[in-house]
Write a protein that binds this ligand. Structure first.
Ligand SMILES: Cc1cc2nc3c(=O)[nH]c(=O)nc-3n(C[C@H](O)[C@H](O)[C@H](O)COP(=O)(O)OP(=O)(O)OC[C@H]3O[C@@H](n4cnc5c(N)ncnc54)[C@H](O)[C@@H]3O)c2cc1C
Length: 344
């Protein structure tokens, strides 16, 4: 997929798109077709291209290694000693699931100190599961099946599961270098959505992380639709580029690592709300829903095993009242839909 007329003024860029039909097994069906589009929205997700660390010995390690993307259920690891590399969302979820099935569960964190402070999540997990052992980073995978950690300690492992996240990958996009994609960043992107030199004919929906995904991406999609239909205008290219530079500087000043370039709340905790109100026509989220979202998030951070089991009684009165109203409304809508079906 490439601009048809490289160097043309952005509003006149047209996109030459070559596509092939792929069957569910990945095989190609038929011959490629070529079409020309005025605009392209890239929404290919960013949770499918595993990001693997580079660890001495991993190419020749004789035992099982996989990325969390291939993990489904704990059963295949029964009675094994499993090393989970990384303690983000996937690492903690998988380590918890493996407890009680695997013989030993080891977690290798980039930094033991960061993993245990300030969030109580890891400490709680370790306190609840004596079988989980937390280690510093892996130094080397040794040919005898043992793993050497950075502090010199060793552990034998049957399997290593890399819970080391995902890379951005847009192999089909050719912008002659105007947009670059690396494992942790797509850019330059004005507000994580429009590349200034090619806006608005090229846009990206779904690049941001650490947001309330469905609602946020809906807002992003609506913004793109508003711009492409001419109902909203983007600032001039120079202004968008300046905003991108300012955003990068703010992230750098706040010590945000490169792999969190598109983490929306990295600098301002409420930016995910402001983004939606700034750019989309979605109504403001009711206060009790914001409170519910924030409370659920905090609960999950504090106790990832039990947060789903909390009942309404543990929420504030405003959340409980909001839930009561929402259930009445959802119930009435359900009844109305049933009636419509019966009438037909
Ligand atoms: C383990 C895990 C748990 C998660 N849990 C939550 C959660 O609880 N709540 C939450 O809000 N979010 C969660 N997320 C994040 C959520 O999955 C994503 O935010 C969401 O799926 C993003 O939607 P998307 O449409 O942008 O991308 P995706 O859902 O990834 O969809 C992208 C689509 O594009 C297709 N595609 C890719 N390349 C091409 C191509 N070249 N041509 C044609 N099609 C292509 C893919 O096949 C896919 O169908 C989780 C993610 C993971 C990995």
């Amino acid at each position: 997929m490439a601009p048809r007329e490289a160097g043309a003024a952005c509003s006149y860029v047209k996109w030459q798109v070559r596509s092939v039909h792929v069957d569910p097994d990945g095989g190609q069906e038929g011959s490629p077709t070529e079409e020309v589009f005025d605009a392209v929205v890239v929404a290919n997700g960013h949770y499918s291209q595993p990001r693997l660390p580079s660890i001495d010995g991993m190419e020749v390690w004789p035992r099982r290694q996989l990325h969390s993307h291939s993990y489904r259920v704990p059963d295949p690891f029964r009675d094994e000693a499993v090393l989970v590399v990384g303690c983000g969302e996937s690492g903690l979820d998988i380590a918890t699931e493996l407890c009680g099935v695997a013989r030993e569960v080891h977690i290798a964190a980039k930094s033991v100190e960061d993993a245990t402070t300030p969030s109580p999540m890891m400490s709680k997990l370790l306190a609840n599961h004596a079988g989980i052992r937390l280690h510093p980073p892996v130094d080397r995978l040794r040919e005898d099946g043992t793993v050497a950690f950075a502090d010199g300690s060793l552990a034998a492992a049957d399997t290593v599961i890399y819970c080391t996240g995902y890379s951005y990958s847009i192999p089909f996009l050719d912008t002659a270098g105007l947009v670059t994609v690396d494992s942790s960043r797509v850019g330059p992107l004005y507000e994580h959505t429009f590349p200034p030199p090619l806006a608005p004919s090229l846009s990206f929906v779904g690049v941001p992380m650490q947001i309330f995904a469905p609602w946020f991406f809906q807002a992003q999609a609506r913004w793109v639709a508003l711009v492409l239909s001419g109902r909203e205008a983007l600032p001039p290219e120079e202004e968008m580029l300046r905003a991108v530079r300012e955003d990068s500087s703010a992230r750098e000043a706040a010590g945000v690592p490169a792999y969190r370039t598109h983490a929306i709340p990295a600098v301002d905790r409420y930016e995910y709300l402001e983004f939606v109100y700034r750019h989309s026509d979605l109504p403001r989220m009711e206060e009790w829903k914001v409170e519910l979202f924030e409370t659920s998030f905090t609960n999950a951070m504090e106790d990832r095993e039990a947060f789903r089991d909390r009942d309404d009684g543990e929420y504030s009165e405003s959340i409980r009242e909001g839930l009561r109203r929402w259930r009445r409304l959802a119930g009435a809508q359900y009844e109305a839909a049933l009636c419509r079906c019966c009438v037909r």
